[in-house]
Design a protein. Structure first.
Length: 601
C-alpha cells in the first residue's frame, strides 16, 4: 500500500471513530450552515463528510442535497488539498470545475468555498462549504467566521463521542460500539465492566482539580495498556470508566479482572504527589444478562455499587434481585422505604457573593452499602418503570424539608429538582406536583424544575406542554446538561425556560483547554440569545473559576464551592448563611466549614 492509500485508509478509520449515521441530516448542522450562508451572503451552504465513495451532506440551507459521488466533487477536492480554507472564485475559470454538474446547472454555480473539518488527530474529514451563483471572494472577516464555524462543527462531533479530558470514548460512543459488537458476535460471551474511583473527589478537595485531572489521564493511559486490541474502553464521566472484554478472552476473564484490580490498587504519580486510588469494579455478562448495551452497563454499575469499599480494588458480578441468595432489597423497596433522599448542593452567585439556591441530588442511603450514587440506580429505575415513583419521592421530601426549614424560622432558598423525561410525560405528573405543593404548603416559586436538553429532543410536544404547565403553576424551569444533547434551536424556542445549565464537561478544565473554552463561549452565547441565566456546573478549580468569571459567567455550582449537604445538615448551613455579609472568600470559608461539620456528623 502506497503512502497516499495508507493515509486515506487512516482517514476513513478516523471518520468511523465518530460513529456517524452519514445518511441522516441533523438540525444542529443545518443551523451552522445557515449561519455560514448569512455571514458570507452565499445562496447555499452545508456541512459535508467525505466517505470512501460518497460525500454525505449532514446539514444544509438552500437547494436539496443528501449525498453525491465523491469523484470530482468540490468537497472531496477540498479535503484532498493542503488548504484549511479552499476557495474557487469562479468555477468557469478553473479547469477542475468548469465542466462539473454544479457548473452546468441553470443558473450555474460559479463560486465555492469550504473550511475543512480537521479532527483532533489531524485527519481531514469533511467541509463546511458555501456555494453561490456569482463569482466572488471572501473577505478576512468571512474567512475567519467560516473557520470558526468549522471548528464548532468538529467540537460538536468530538463532544458526542469523546471525553475531552482523557480522549477516551464517552458513554454514548461506548454504548453504540458495544451494541454493534453484540450484534456482530451473535451471542458470544461479552464481559461488560464499570469502574468507579471512590476517592477522586477527596483527591480533588485535598490536592486540587489539576491533580485530579492528572490522575484521570494517567489512569486512562494505564487502562489503555490493560485492554487488548478487540476490547472496548471508555471514560463515561468524572470518576467512572467502562470496559467490554472481547469473547476471544474466554476463560482468562477472571484473571484479567484480577489484573485490573491490581492495577487500580497501584499508587499514581500526579503533580508531584504520590496518590492511592480506592476503586470498585462491577461486571455483567452477555448473553446471560441480556443483549441491551445500556442495560448491561447499568447492571455493571449496580454490581459495582454492591461492593464494600476497601483499600484494595475488588470486582463484583451483577446478580439480578430475583436470583440473590442473600436478602438485598429491590429498588422498589428502597423507594417505598424512602431510602432515596435528597442532598443539597449550593449554587453560588460570585458577583453578589451569596448562595442563591440549591440543587437536590438523589442519594440512596442503604443500611448495608452506605451511600449509593445515582449512576447505580437511576437508569435501573427507568428500566424497571420506577422513575416516576422515584421523582415523586424526591419531590415530596424536598417539599417536606422546605416546610420544616420555614417553620424553624430559616430563610428558604429555591431548590432545583431533576425530573426525568418519563415523569414529565406521565399523565398524572402535573396533578401529583400540584397536590404535593398543597399538602406541604410550599409555594411553587420555591422550586425549579430541571429538564435535560436530551429530554427535550424526544417526545417534544408532550415535554414542551408539561414545561408550559410547570411555568403556569409558578415553577422556574432550567434546561440541564446543556450542550450534551445538541438540541435544535427551534425546539428550545418553544420551551419557556429561564436558565441554562452548562454541563460539567464544558466547564471542568476550561482554563487549560481552548477547545472547551470555545464550546463554553458558544453555550454562553445561546443563553444570551434566549435571554436565560447561565449557571456553570462542575466548577472544581480556582483556575477554571477565574477563566469563567473573566468570560462573564456569574453563577456556579461544583466542588470548588461545596459538596452536597445531607438534609440533616441543612438547618445549620441555612442559619450560617443568614449571617453572611456578602464577601466571597468568607462565603467559601463558611461553606468549607459547614461541609467539614456535616462530614463529622
Amino acid at each position: 500500500m502506497d503512502r497516499a492509500a495508507l493515509e486515506e485508509t487512516l482517514r476513513l478509520q478516523e471518520l468511523s471513530r465518530y460513529q456517524i449515521a452519514l445518511d441522516e441530516k441533523e438540525e444542529v448542522f443545518c443551523e451552522l450552515a445557515k449561519m455560514a450562508s448569512l455571514i458570507t451572503g452565499a445562496a447555499m451552504a452545508g456541512v459535508s463528510l467525505v466517505d470512501e465513495d460518497l460525500v454525505w451532506v449532514k446539514g444544509h440551507v438552500g437547494g436539496e442535497f443528501s449525498h453525491f459521488a465523491r469523484k470530482g466533487a468540490y468537497c472531496s477536492l477540498a479535503v484532498e488539498s493542503d488548504k484549511d480554507l479552499f476557495e474557487v472564485p469562479d468555477t468557469f475559470l478553473d479547469p477542475q470545475f468548469f465542466d462539473t454538474p454544479a457548473a452546468a446547472m441553470s443558473p450555474p454555480l460559479r463560486y465555492y468555498a469550504a473550511a475543512v473539518l480537521v479532527g483532533r488527530r489531524g485527519y481531514r474529514l469533511g467541509t463546511l462549504w458555501v456555494l453561490d451563483f456569482e463569482p466572488r471572494l471572501l473577505n478576512n472577516v468571512q474567512t475567519q467566521a467560516m473557520q470558526a464555524l468549522a471548528n464548532q462543527v468538529m467540537r460538536i462531533l468530538e463532544l458526542r463521542y469523546n471525553n475531552l479530558n482523557t480522549g477516551l470514548p464517552n458513554r454514548q460512543a461506548f454504548v453504540t460500539r458495544l451494541g454493534q459488537r453484540l450484534t456482530q458476535t451473535q451471542g458470544a460471551p461479552y464481559t461488560v465492566g464499570f469502574v468507579q474511583l471512590q476517592n477522586l473527589h477527596l483527591i480533588n478537595t485535598a490536592h486540587g482539580g489539576q491533580t485530579a485531572d492528572a490522575v484521570l489521564v494517567q489512569l486512562a493511559t494505564q487502562l489503555k495498556r490493560w485492554v487488548q486490541s478487540e476490547d472496548l474502553l471508555a471514560h463515561l464521566e468524572g470518576d467512572h470508566f467502562a470496559f467490554a472484554l472481547h469473547p476471544s478472552h474466554g476463560a482468562d476473564v477472571a484473571q484479567r479482572l484480577q489484573q485490573l484490580c491490581e492495577l487500580l490498587s497501584l499508587p499514581l504519580q500526579a503533580q508531584g504527589q504520590t496518590l492511592e486510588l480506592v476503586a470498585r469494579v462491577g461486571i455483567s455478562t452477555s448473553p446471560d444478562q441480556g443483549h441491551d448495551p445500556a442495560r448491561l452497563l447499568t447492571q455493571a454499575a449496580s454490581a459495582c455499587a454492591s461492593g464494600v469499599p476497601g483499600s484494595a480494588a475488588t470486582w463484583h458480578r451483577f446478580v439480578d434481585d430475583t436470583q440473590r441468595s442473600s436478602p438485598n432489597p429491590a429498588l422498589a423497596h428502597c423507594i417505598s422505604q424512602r431510602q432515596i433522599v435528597p442532598c443539597y448542593q449550593p449554587q453560588v452567585d460570585v458577583v453578589q457573593a451569596r448562595v442563591v439556591g440549591f440543587e437536590a441530588l438523589a442519594r440512596l442511603v442503604h443500611p448495608e452499602l452506605g451511600v449509593v450514587y445515582p449512576d447505580a440506580f437511576i437508569a435501573r429505575a427507568e428500566r424497571e418503570g420506577l422513575i416516576f415513583d422515584l421523582d415523586m419521592l424526591m419531590l415530596d421530601q424536598v417539599c417536606q424539608n422546605l416546610r420544616q426549614w420555614l417553620l424553624s424560622g430559616l430563610a428558604v432558598l429555591p431548590v432545583a429538582l431533576n425530573f426525568s423525561r418519563d415523569s414529565l410525560a406521565h399523565p398524572n405528573f402535573i396533578e401529583r406536583l400540584r397536590s404535593t405543593l398543597q399538602r406541604h404548603q410550599v409555594p411553587a416559586s420555591w422550586l425549579e424544575a430541571e429538564v435535560t436538553e436530551t429530554g427535550l429532543t424526544q417526545q417534544t410536544e408532550t415535554i414542551t406542554q408539561a414545561v408550559v404547565q410547570l411555568r403556569a403553576l409558578g415553577l422556574q424551569v432550567a434546561v440541564d446538561d446543556f450542550g450534551t444533547g445538541l438540541s435544535n434551536l427551534s425546539t428550545l424556542r418553544h420551551v419557556p425556560f429561564g436558565r441554562l445549565k452548562a454541563d460539567r464537561q464544558f466547564v471542568h478544565g476550561v482554563a487549560d483547554s481552548a477547545h472547551i473554552g470555545g464550546i463554553l463561549r458558544f453555550i454562553k452565547g445561546m443563553a444570551e440569545v434566549f435571554d436565560a441565566e447561565l449557571i456553570c456546573e462542575g466548577v472544581e478549580t480556582a483556575e477554571d473559576l477565574a477563566w469563567l468569571r473573566a468570560a462573564g459567567c456569574e453563577r456556579f455550582q461544583g466542588w470548588h464551592f461545596s459538596a452536597d449537604f445531607p438534609p440533616q445538615a441543612m438547618p445549620a448551613l441555612l442559619r450560617s448563611l443568614q449571617g453572611h455579609d456578602g464577601d466571597l472568600p468568607a462565603l467559601m470559608q463558611l461553606l468549607a466549614q459547614a461541609g467539614r461539620h456535616a462530614e463529622l456528623h
